[in-house]
Design a protein around this ligand. Sequence first.
Ligand code: ADE
Ligand code: ZN
Length: 338
Amino acid sequence: MKNFIANLPKAELHLHIEGTLEPELMFALAKRNHIELPYASVEEVRAAYRFSDLQSFLDIYYQGAQVLIEEQDFYDLTWAYLEKLAYQEVRHLELFFDPQTHTDRGVAFSTVIKGIHSALVEGGKRFGVSSKLIMCFLRHLDEDSALDTLEHAKPYRQWIEGVGLDSGEAGNPPEKFQRVFDLAREQGYRCVAHAGEEGPADYIWQALKLLHAERIDHGVRCDEDPALVDHLREQQIPLTVCPLSNTALKVYQTMSEHNIGRLLREGLLVTVNSDDPAYFGGQLNDNYEAIQAALDLSVGEIVQLARNGFEASFLSAEEKQSYLDALDEYVLTHPVAG
Ligand code: ADE
Ligand code: ZN
């Protein structure tokens, strides 16, 4: 099964590029940019990655991002991640970036996006991965800051597929950003939002009804509202679930408590993703393996999850079909028992 998962064609739809910063690269960039880190070694950084909830992670994550200063830094970060994708058979990537994490420190929006974009173009060709970029607004900041970010993005509109909403969920409901998302939609962006990770099911309703989110990032707390579960199933609204993130941030204490298998069996369009792999101790394949083992998922269920990843993407119908054909071909030629 491990081998089957490793070679299965997959899509990744919930990945924060800043969350791919491995401690080794963090140290190298700190040295290059003459930044002092509050850690003596790579081992000390890894030891600090013990989280009690979302905020305890975000504090360390925003601190780590401070080593990213120059366009080359964003390029190197993105390139390093694409190299990791190549050996995991991830064929399509939709990744988040958080401009405000950088513009608030005086790094220009253009520096951030040019570095990421050029690595996606060059690395995508080199490693055979298609990609789409989603710009997230930090929900702990105010509406004006999000509106400024939308304005900064204007010259780069053609490089950005959609907008999203991330950072500390508690106390920062989607309704706070309704006007920002209205404007983004007018400008042609696709809309997604983190909701129902730590926040209540009502935040998922708000993301759907007020922000017109086409996909919900995380969304696992939907199961607290049966009417919402029915709606997600009937409308086939995708949830980009991140299992190892959820256990690392104590949304679930153990993987065997995770609801992804149940939601899948109930017919929801759930997908498997890695969120911030450098911080949560696992790449995309590790996420598939972890849920397969803990929830005893069948081969058919693993394949369905991979199919859902392509179905839930922002690829065109033709592009989706060609990835799904490759997936079907793989399944036909790689039968596994179980
Ligand atoms: N930013 C990076 N990872 C995140 C997560 N899991 N939830 C909210 N914001 C994030
Ligand atoms: Zn996330």
